[in-house]
Design a protein around this ligand. Structure first.
Ligand code: FDA
Length: 320
């Protein structure tokens, strides 16, 4: 079976400016955006953060934005993250017996910090990330760097490698659909290394990525086993019940401490399962995006699940 037959079509169509104008220009969109995005501003975000922490869930907050095209945009992104870290530092923390993880984390895309700027983009993004990490260290907040399309993987992992000696809690995301990821997991499963393992959400060519759902799941299982048997801190980022169960089985098999790995899911997806894991004593972190640049994030969520798109199109048709 293909990953899902509509996925590449939706992701390709999403790149069209006409599609973007059609989706962002309609009021109907706001219902489905609200399901996946905590709001457009920090003011919208903070009550959501309070509710999640209050239900014993950990959080990772993402200020939406990607593919920054000029230096001023990258600087503005850094400014928003610094303000965000200050506000998150003041949020009441849950009582997490047996779990040593920082309850509050931010997730960041290096393309938003200037990685693709001409010339010294990767160096600019690295310097910007260092600024965020310094502030996060003072605030007791962790940072994880998101994974974007495969053309950025080497540069992103190089940035994480450069900064980890200074900020040992700096996390990285690996995408199981990439052929290279098993080797990356083996290399990055050392002591303290925080790796968020996800399936992968971008449109990637078959030369670099598995295309079939079953191949992606099998790759995820192989990668997960490497991370769970390693000395690092695996972050199991999936809503897939098969993989959630596999993680629990590997934890039992390897004798991994319950405080030494995390389940992670996206805001708005499988909320009941999130609560079951959190109430069962697990570290369950929710990735919470906010901001007005939600288009890329939303289209990846629509592409993952045709039912989301059907819901959206039905709403469009019934209101038109
Ligand atoms: P799968 O897509 O098979 O979904 C399993 C089940 O989960 C579905 O049957 C459904 O019940 C539910 N579900 C999944 N997606 C849904 C949706 N959109 N709407 C409604 N229900 C849905 N990707 C990336 O390329 N770079 C990154 O940095 C990250 N970061 C990241 C962080 C965290 C915390 C998570 C959980 C995920 C990411 N991702 C990501 C996204 C990831 O690559 C992947 O696209 C999604 O998690 C969906 O894959 P699943 O593993 O959940 O399986």
């Amino acid at each position: 079976m293909a990953v899902n037959p509509l996925r590449p079509v939706i992701l390709a169509a999403a790149d069209s400016p006409r599609m973007k104008a059609a989706i962002t220009g309609t009021k109907i969109t706001s219902d489905i955006v609200r399901r996946f995005v905590a709001g457009e501003t920090r003011r919208d975000l903070l009550p959501v953060v309070g509710d999640l922490l209050g239900s014993r869930r950990l959080i990772s907050v993402d200020f939406l934005g990607e593919n920054t095209t000029d230096r001023a945009q990258a600087d503005a992104m850094v400014g928003e993250y610094l303000a965000l870290i200050t506000e998150l530092a003041a949020a009441p923390r849950p009582d997490l017996a047996g779990i040593g993880a920082a309850p509050v984390e931010v997730s960041v895309k290096l393309s938003a910090l200037g990685q693709a700027l001409p010339g010294d983009g990767p160096a600019i993004a690295t310097a910007n990330l260092r600024t965020l990490c310094e502030s996060a260290a003072d605030a007791g907040v962790w940072v994880t760097v998101d994974a974007e399309d495969h053309t950025t993987t080497d540069a992103t992992l190089a940035t994480v490698r450069e900064l980890r000696p200074e900020f040992p809690w700096l996390g990285a995301v690996l995408q199981a659909y990439l052929h290279r990821t098993e080797a990356d997991c083996a290399e990055l499963s050392g002591h303290g290394s925080r790796i968020r393992l996800c399936k992968g959400a971008y449109r990637e060519p078959r030369e670099v990525a598995f295309q079939r759902a079953s191949e992606v799941t099998d790759s995820y299982l192989r990668c997960l086993e490497i991370l769970m048997r390693g000395a690092g801190y695996p972050m199991v980022a999936t809503h897939d019940p098969v993989l959630v169960l596999a993680a629990e089985q590997l934890v039992a098999e390897t004798g991994r401490d319950i405080g030494n790995f995390e389940h992670q899911m996206l805001y708005g997806i499988r909320d009941t399962e999130q609560l079951r894991l959190a109430e069962g004593g697990m570290a369950m972190r929710v990735y919470v995006p906010y901001g007005s640049q939600w288009y890329g994030y939303l289209t990846r969520r629509l592409a993952e699940r045709p039912a989301n798109l059907t819901f959206f199109l039905r709403a469009l048709v019934s209101k038109s």
